[in-house]
Write a protein that binds this ligand. Structure first.
Ligand code: NAD
Ligand code: WQD
Length: 366
């Protein structure tokens, strides 16, 4: 099957930019829409530097249906969308829930309506392990399989559960309608990708995560400690029921995560499975202390930390059972935690100001 054209929403962001790169490397044509709320257009230059191809870019808000329509009209060859554009800070989502529902849920609705009007039938959606909530309430569900009951414990997670439901219902309805009209129902497909904890950067050191404002996640915070932007890391709780008392997460290298999107898209286009959820994780859990040790090793010195109380809403263990993605998508995480830490450190050292600072020339050539 030939590669086609894909619309990537939020394609200037962390996971979106790596996925755009993987798609271009696999000979897909890529059109990005992003309002640059949490990203910089420099990401597009870095994609081009790494693969020699440049995605088309439109500054479009995901809640602007007319603008999305216009992009589809200009690119009638697009048959699939990978939908990343969203707000993603768990803490903030409880403070400004209406913004989260507007961008994440209403934005997804606008996108689906525009896809429907423009006969774009495949969607790969950025869901999250957060949809499982506290899976430790089902002890036989660790590592977590896709059939684990969902139970988001925060506003952000509830927007993801809501959009998963919306996509499932929409694809079912589109298939029913196509069948009634004697058309090909198998064209309508969705992949709900539940990512665990994305980590790392491009091994070249020129592409990585560049969040606006204060980071929320463990590794970007540790990176700030390493470059002296932050005095120490606060460890949120050492009284969990784990081997060292700190919470367990499944950290997955960003290149592996991007490859998962490519394989999910290929699977939708080749096998037309309807709408399905897949976990993207390594299956291996690491504690916060193990992460501090691994990142300190990459940096070459011990990084300061202090144990604080548990963070509201945190759970003991979020580790994926990735068997379904292994078997059905042919996807398996290849890179180690050490790779992720080394790559993150290279990116951080080379780009202390993120994309606001141009990389040294020799790095671009690598
Ligand atoms: P990111 O913030 O780097 O990327 C999101 C992109 O969407 C940004 O470029 C941002 O500018 C854009 N965007 C935000 N609001 C928009 C709007 N109204 N219109 C158009 N574009 C808009 O985040 P990321 O880490 O790359 O996450 C991508 C997706 O993956 C999100 O849907 C997120 O919820 C999901 N996800 C992220 C993680 C994680 O830990 N990073 C884990 C699981 C799921
Ligand atoms: C990892 C571990 C913290 C910061 C979040 C979202 C999830 C997904 C990924 C989007 C936890 C501990 C953290 C710090 C710490 N995102 N920690 N000190 O919470 O697993 O997942 O990002 O979908 O939905 O909830 O990731 O990186 O914030 O935390 O001790 O300063 O590090 O308690 O155990 P989390 P994280």
């Amino acid at each position: 099957m030939t590669a086609g054209s894909v619309l990537v929403t939020g394609g200037c962001g962390y996971i979106g930019s790596f996925t755009a790169l993987a798609l271009l490397q696999a000979d897909y044509k890529v059109v990005i829409i992003d309002n640059l709320y949490n990203s910089a257009p420099e990401a597009i230059n870095r994609i081009e530097t790494l693969c020699g191809k440049r995605p088309d870019f439109y500054s479009v808000d995901i809640t602007d249906e007319a603008a999305i329509d216009k992009v589809f009209k200009e690119h009638p060859d697009i048959d699939s969308v990978i939908h990343f554009a969203a707000l993603k800070a768990v803490g903030e989502s409880g403070e400004i829930p209406l913004d989260y529902y507007r961008v994440n849920v209403y934005g997804s609705l606008c996108l689906l309506r525009s896809m429907q009007r423009n006969n774009v039938t495949n969607i790969v959606f950025s869901s999250s392990a957060t949809v499982y909530g506290d899976a430790t309430r089902f002890p036989d569900m660790i590592p977590i399989p896709e059939h684990c009951p969902l139970g988001a414990t925060n506003t952000y997670g509830r927007t993801k559960v809501g959009v998963e439901d919306m996509i499932r219902d929409h694809i079912k309805a589109e298939r029913n309608r196509a069948k009634k009209e004697g058309k090909d129902e198998s064209l309508y497909n969705g992949a709900l990708l539940r990512y665990f904890n994305p980590a790392g950067a491009h091994p070249s050191g020129i592409m990585g995560e560049d969040p606006a404002g204060v980071p929320y996640n463990l590794l970007p915070l540790l990176a700030q400690v390493a470059v002296g932007k932050r005095e120490k890391l606060l460890v949120f709780g050492d009284d969990y029921d784990s081997k060292d008392g700190t919470a367990i997460r499944d950290y997955i290298h960003i290149l592996d995560l991007a490859a998962g999107h490519l394989l999910a898209l290929n699977h939708l286009r080749a096998h037309k499975p309807g709408c399905k959820a897949w976990n993207l994780g390594t299956g291996k859990g690491s504690t916060v202390f193990e992460m501090i040790k691994a990142f300190s090793h990459a940096v070459g010195r011990d990084l300061p930390y202090e144990v604080a109380g548990r963070r509201d809403g945190d759970v003991l263990n979020l580790t994926a059972n990735p068997t379904l993605a292994n078997e059905e998508l042919g996807w398996k995480a290849q890179r180690t935690l050490e790779d992720a830490c080394e790559d993150l450190w290279r990116w951080t050292e080379n780009n202390p100001q993120g994309y606001r600072q141009q990389p040294p020339g020799d790095l671009v050539k690598r």
